[in-house]
Design a protein around this ligand. Sequence first.
Ligand code: NDP
Length: 795
Amino acid sequence: MTNVAEIYEEMTYGPAPEDASYVRDWLTRHGQGFGFFIDGEWIKPKDAAQTLDSFNPFTEEKLATISIAGAADVDDAVSAAAAAYPKWSAKSGHERARVLYALARLLQKNSRFLAVLETLDNGKPIRETRDIDVPLAARHFYHHAGWAQVLAQEFPGHEPLGVVAQVIPWNFPLLMLAWKVAPAIAAGNCVVLKPAEYTSLTALYFAELADEAGVPPGVINIITGAGQTGALLTEHAGVAKVAFTGSTEVGRTIRQKTAGSGKKLTLELGGKSPFIVFEDADLDSAVEGLVDAIWFNQGEVCCAGSRLLVEEGIAEQLIAKIKARLEKFRLGDPLDKAIDMGAIVDPVQLTRIRTLVRQSVEEGAEKWQPAIPCPDTGSFYPPTLLTNVAPGNTAVLQEIFGPVLTVMSFRTLSEAAALANNTAYGLAASVWSENINRALEIAGHIKAGVVWVNTTNQFDAACGFGGYRESGFGREGGREGMFEYLKLKDEWMTQNAAVLPSRTNSPIPTRHMQGIDRTHKNYIGGKQKRADGGNTLVITAHDGGVAERVGKGNRKDIRDAVEAAFKAAVWGTAHAHTRAQILYFMAENLSVRAKEFQSRLKDLTGVSSRMAKKEVACAISRLFSAAAWADKFDGLVHAPPVRNISLAINEPLGVLAIVCPDTLPLLSFISLLAPAMAMGNRCVIVPSQRYPLPATDFYQILETSDVPAGIVNIVTGARDELAPVLAGHVQVDGLWFHGTAQGSRDVERLSATNLKRTWVNNGWARDWFNPAKGEGRQFLREATQVKNIWLPYQD
Ligand code: NDP
């Protein structure tokens, strides 16, 4: 036996196991088996034969039998939530705040129990569940108790959505539950949550806490099962919103399946986040940062820093330091307080990691793993470095969800930014440099929802978390996260009024336009361009005569327009003041030509002089509003409870496609275009199909108002032919659609290609004259995505 003197000499770790007996007692009390928590009660599954087993990934022992919810069980849970909704949503903010506060307190009071249970079920180290998962989950309920309290003042004119379906993954089971449940119920919704099949236990324990906290029956319902249960839940007709965290593949399926249903959707998906180290970084800190970035939680983290990008001059030195650190790594019993990395959640995931690493090596990567002991039981995978990887290597492109780091070097900041953005994802990034200018410069270039400077994997309930690009859309946490669980009251007027019956195909024109015959072309890259197919559409005036012709845009015109918009990226970085000036200039020029536009509207739509005047005046005012907002829709500075500040910046989506309604063709066109431009987006806009001429007349306003080429691209033609092309185009980052319910459905379904953000009308019409409905913060929010930049800070 080793004595104390020898221990001082060897400095070896002794075992430091956490006691799990009381958690095992709890499992025994439940007979190692669970039903569902529906309407405040434990319910047996309709089909008791449908079960799955939950295992301890370290010991491989069975922990519990988990029931699988079938269609009837899902129905019961959704019905219970729907029944609870009227009362829960009618409660005062304070009443709801008290319940959330009670939940926060109970999470704290049961923190050790929850940490042990999570570690047993997931295989992650107790050090992490104790210090990260559980405290962050409690913090989420505290923070959202606050939002419930101030909801009426801070979100005027908004209301909850109804029943929310929530599906979460296995990597942070309790924390993801907190991220989903807290904002949903704070806003007044009722939820049905399905945890992942590997890790249902903390959600089931949470159900008991919900009961104890006085959550009314039906407000929180927990059902268990595998992917099929998730599908039944997310596709259930009684659900008003789906919030999903998991793989991009399943996220894409959910986007397709919920298309056209009117369900609000947030997707928090995969990532392939860069970890960028400049040569002036504090390398020892960067190495510890890397440990937290990719070896935290066994690398099973959506925002894991899985791609190391290192400045060439220090690459060798940094790799040597990483290797030295990993040689001291400790894999082992997750309940041991002194281990670095626990077990992979399940043998299936272990196989996936092995397969992807093998493939990467076959493609030329060099694999390095430390010579450290690995337990004989359980699904363990050692920390792994893959060097000599090409940008197209599988391990560089695909989310491995394991402790595997690829290493690439760069020479310049712009090369680092290009490599960082060379991914379909955009969840997070970590930047290491002692030069704040350099760190902030690259933070601005990176397309990701979070950028950590000289730190990594920091989270806080006040700082919205979520992705760009194929990492999904929507944010969890903060003010922006609350909007995901609310809607504007009376946002829409009447259904099927956004599109008027088409009159563009009138075969026998009864009247010809006075003056010179004219065909309005498309407007692409600052130039008028004939429609590619050489086809035109006849636009009839209100009396049935031919007004003029417009180009009949096709797929090729859309591609050209998107390319022009894509190249005009400079608009996104132009100063807000510059954008405002240009919008004011547009208003000025429209004002000069107001009479022309009025007579166009009268002739085309048949409105009275008074209404035409009103529409033009309102369009001018809307340009003023957008100009006003350009430099006022500011971000926020958060002060999370760590030594950081987080700058929440509203960034443009990028290339934003807009498909306009027929109603009030000038006003709706301007109401959509102006805020999109104000926020720095480059637009491809399809004007009203029936009344496109006010938009094509508008070229001249654009040309005389210093609007740079490529910022506004206009393609005329058939809405339902052009919108699907935009929806499926991978270079389009967002799409606003005003058309039929079927058109909205197609747009949402096709947007799954690159998971672009969509905002569709589902066939409903908007009151464009009403400033509360036709302009303002909702439009600005839809035109932007929040990037949180975390900076070291200590006051
Ligand atoms: P999934 O995306 O399959 O699972 C996430 C959640 O969705 C689970 O609760 C799952 O159920 C459920 N689910 C599965 N299919 C459907 C469906 N068709 N409709 C609705 N819900 C569904 O991730 P996996 O667990 O299979 O992991 C696979 C890979 O996904 C990982 O290797 C990793 O790369 C990535 N991943 C990413 C995460 C992230 O946060 N970005 C989190 C987890 C995984 P169940 O687990 O019970 O089958």
